[in-house]
Design a protein around this ligand. Structure first.
Ligand code: A2P
Length: 326
């Protein structure tokens, strides 16, 4: 089986190669593609050295799947061309997510929305994936009315340039800036770009994508996205109000029974999710589970996941695995 990886030289592209190997795709023919700057470079996959090709050349191979993590521009330009060749595209950018004809998928939650004739499938935003993984079983049981979420997002979500910026700042060396400010010893309430209504694109994604994945357009979401000098994963403080009241013991049961979710919650032993624990793991970790005493039917959660894994590569490859099983 041929699999094209568009953005193969990037940060997520590297994790994609690793997750493909781990999940038994080492025998597949990988077609790594990137921008014109990288054509002819080498990447390794399953112990083999592969040449990076142009996206145009990758399309000519008519692979069974093309997994994209190269930003919205290349996705808009090339995904339809792959689809014309009969390749199924799984796209990690925001290019197609809000398109009503394109499924936006977290396999554990709404894999059933993918139809046999879907050739472009969108992988949700990293912050959305981990939040809906924790909230989906609770929404099913108590129905969500409103979410107030603040994120503490890893610099790895911005890509290689941001990782270099932090490393250089820590080494006291000059660097190309991925962000408008120093990120080492700092944080800023700014992810994506500002929109006219005062929110950033990353904040708006948390609203629109949550509604689409949980199939409920009445859910209200108020989000603040914060970038922090952390590399292991994204953390989220989630305050969620339901229509129905809950028992905490049942909340624990629902979370414990959700595939892909791990409850890490023992205050007596200082056990709670952290990027340090979540790094390189495929699961979403949930802790600090407690009732919000300031109003009824409201819960507080702390949710952490490796944004390059479940937030990106793992979820995309799980979508491919789900399709292969059909
Ligand atoms: P390249 O390495 O040639 O720039 P990151 O998010 O870590 O910065 O990675 C982005 C990935 O997307 C890289 O593999 C990058 O390739 C790729 N990429 C960026 N622009 C394009 C493009 N126009 N066409 C194909 N791949 C692209």
């Amino acid at each position: 089986m041929k699999i094209a990886l568009v953005g193969a030289t990037g940060l997520v592209g590297g994790v994609m190669r690793k997750v493909l190997e781990e999940r038994g795709f080492g025998d597949c023919e990988l077609i790594p593609a990137a921008s014109a700057r990288s054509v002819g470079k080498k990447v390794t996959f399953a112990g083999k050295v592969c040449n990076v090709v142009s996206v145009e050349e990758a399309i000519e191979h008519a692979p069974k799947y093309a997994i994209f993590s190269a930003g919205s521009g290349p996705s808009l330009q090339y995904a339809p061309l792959f689809a014309q060749k009969g390749t199924v595209v799984i796209d990690n950018s925001s290019a197609w997510r809000s398109n009503p004809d394109i499924p936006l998928v977290v396999p554990e939650i709404n894999g059933d929305v993918v139809r046999p004739n879907d050739y472009i499938i969108a992988n949700p935003n990293c912050s959305t994936i981990q939040m809906v993984m924790a909230l989906a079983p609770l929404h099913k049981r108590y129905r969500i009315k409103r979410i107030v979420v603040s994120t503490y997002q890893s610099i790895t979500g911005t890509g290689m340039k941001a990782v270099n910026q932090l490393a250089k700042e820590r080494a006291g060396e000059p660097c190309d800036m991925a962000y408008p400010y120093q990120i080492d010893m700092n944080l800023f309430p700014h992810g994506g770009t500002f929109e006219e209504n005062g929110y950033t694109t990353e904040e708006t994604k948390l609203l629109n994508e949550t509604r689409k994945i949980l199939r409920d357009n009445e859910i209200r979401v108020s989000a603040t996205v914060v970038r922090v000098p952390v590399t292991g994963g994204h953390s989220e403080s989630v305050n969620v109000e339901f229509y129905e009241d809950f028992e905490l013991s049942e909340v624990y049961d629902l979370l414990n029974n959700m595939p892909g979710v791990v409850v890490q919650d023992n205050p007596a032993e200082n056990l709670y999710p952290m990027p340090l624990f979540a790094k390189d793991k495929d699961e979403v970790f949930v802790g600090r589970i407690r009732r919000d005493f300031s109003q009824p039917k409201t819960l507080n959660l702390w949710v952490v996941a490796d944004n390059l894994r479940k937030g990106a590569a793992t979820n995309a490859i799980q979508i491919m695995q789900m399709l292969l099983k059909r």
